[in-house]
Design a protein around this ligand. Sequence first.
Ligand SMILES: [Fe+2]
Ligand SMILES: [Fe+2]
Length: 197
Amino acid sequence: MPVQMESGGRLAAATGNRWLTAVRADFPSFLQDHASCERKASGMALSMAAHYPDRPELLKAMASLAVEELGHYRDVIGLLVERGIRPAPDTRDAYVNALNKVVRKGRDQYLLDRLVVASVIECRGQERFALIAGVLTEEPLARFYRRIAASEDRHWQLFIELARSECPDADIDRRWDEIAACEADIIRSLTPRAALH
Ligand SMILES: [Fe+2]
Ligand SMILES: [Fe+2]
């Protein structure tokens, strides 16, 4: 059943309670993973920028996004240091790896799919960060996660806007539905852990 996000994004399945339980049971591990995710998000934006030097709007958007995600990384590192938690080495992100497999080859399809996959990832991030903000009792931390959720909300919309401007002939809604359905299967197949995915 599609999940209508407040600002209009649709995920094909909502995150279950077991994920939130896993995160609450080991918040330090979640924070370590969150830091890695922000750094990877910045790296993903940079790799998009490097891949499309001929698309000025995309290039500008990805340069700005890389800076913003790096700012989030800095903020989460701050939270780790405050709590005496050491950043952990990156672990394999089975979610992102599985989702990247839906990206088709061919110049136009590849670009469209990368933008839609990125949008769906941001949309899931928005959903999950908002869930976390909703259960945190420590106010500065809850506020921080509300802010992060709000920026993910902008990010999924940014990727859809880019898909509309860079791929004007594509049926973006249809591709969103297909990729969101795959994403829901991936989410259901993963064992919930104290990590974003
Ligand atoms: Fe972020
Ligand atoms: Fe983001």
